[in-house]
Design a protein around this ligand. Structure first.
Ligand SMILES: [Zn+2]
Length: 362
């Protein structure tokens, strides 16, 4: 077995300071308002804005049905509440976002070239995505309150066009994001935004190699994990470094989870078994966990973040229980604070884990 992981995939939680989070989060706030009104806790008019009335109604709901989250309701975390309220009172799922939990797949223009017959290729890619999505759905067994959309671009212009058409969320640096992951040269590139995954695959090859197929599998799985992380943790628009770490969790964990699961799905290896094949950052000693936990680290030290993240998974998941990775993000949505969520999920404090990691990879 020979494979090598690549750092072409990147979560943009790192640079997610949007032009406007408003339209994006409004529907999630409306969901919460509808749910509250529906149960007799008057949240007022359903306007998608978090005001005192909505917050007070939510407090009353939690006083009666139990605490859902320790976090103060905001536009950022409204989707978390929209989901958790309906997990408590199932009939309120009707207020979840349209097509909640479903996947839509859209192909770019270069997959409809009148000169070529690309139908079989589109079918194959669609089946591959569906297979992986369904596998993840059953592995994680976690209902989502909003849909996920995947666009498959065959070129840089495809990616730009589809991003503009389909994204509900616009980070300031979207141009460079698209350029980096969907250049004309890249055979497999991908990135995730809340509720949208952009895959960049070649559109002119009918017979792709096994290696490329595995990379596609890895990329699809990796980005779908990010889609779950976004929806479950519910903190996306934070701009300060300290808030980022506290409420989104460390970068090595975000990327390590997505990578370990993607590699597991594509190559059928556990995080521990994959370690000898990791692309090391030269022969440097293994960087400390704390050196790759902030947003700035994710941008500046991407390959270290992946590397350390994957090693951490090999220590953190000795039983290969990938569901824990997703439970962590759900717990993060409830607590808004990553260390308690870590301890609840993995049964050890972060400090204990850090010692274990240091002892193994010093
Ligand atoms: Zn990633």
């Amino acid at each position: 077995m020979r494979f090598q992981f690549v750092c072409f995939i990147y979560i943009f939680i790192a640079s997610l300071i949007p032009f406007s989070a408003h339209a994006f989060t409004k529907d999630a706030v409306k969901c919460v308002q509808n749910q509250l009104n529906d149960t007799g806790f008057e949240a007022g008019s359903v306007d998608g804005l978090v005001g005192g009335k909505t917050r007070r109604a939510l407090d009353k709901f939690q006083a009666e049905y139990g605490e859902l989250s320790k976090r103060r309701l905001s536009r950022n975390n409204a989707l978390v509440y929209c989901r958790l309220i309906a997990l408590r009172l199932v009939h309120l799922k009707k207020h979840w976002l349209p097509s909640a939990g479903h996947l839509t797949i859209v192909f770019g223009d270069s997959f409809f070239d009148p000169e070529k017959d690309q139908m079989l290729m589109r079918v194959k890619i669609r089946l591959l995505i569906l297979e992986i999505y369904n596998k993840i759905k059953s592995d994680f067994a976690m209902e989502l309150a909003a849909p996920i959309k995947i666009v498959v671009a065959g070129s840089h212009s495809d990616a730009t066009k589809m991003y503009n058409e389909h994204t509900v969320y616009r980070p300031r640096n979207h141009r460079s994001v698209i350029k980096r992951h969907c250049s004309e040269k890249a055979k497999v590139g991908a990135f995730a935004l809340p509720r949208l995954i952009v895959l960049c695959f070649h559109s002119d090859e009918t017979d792709i190699s096994n290696k490329e197929q595995s990379r596609r599998r890895e990329a699809i799985a990796h980005e779908i994990v990010h889609a779950y992380q976004y929806q479950l943790s519910g903190t996306i628009t934070t701009s300060s470094q300290s808030t980022f770490l506290k409420s989104v969790g460390p970068s090595w964990l975000i990327e390590g989870s997505a990578q370990a699961y993607g590699v597991h799905l594509a190559y059928r290896v556990s995080p521990a078994a994959a370690v000898p094949f990791l692309k090391k950052a030269a022969d440097k000693p293994v960087p400390a966990l704390s050196s790759v936990d902030s947003r700035a680290d994710l941008e500046a030290r991407l390959s270290d973040t992946y590397f350390v993240g994957h090693l951490a998974m090999s220590v953190l998941l000795p039983d290969n229980d990938f569901r824990k990775l997703i439970l962590f993000y759900e717990e993060l949505g409830r607590t808004g604070s990553w260390k308690p969520a870590f301890e609840t999920t993995f049964g050890q404090s972060y400090e204990e884990f850090r010692e274990k990691f240091r002892a193994k990879y010093r």
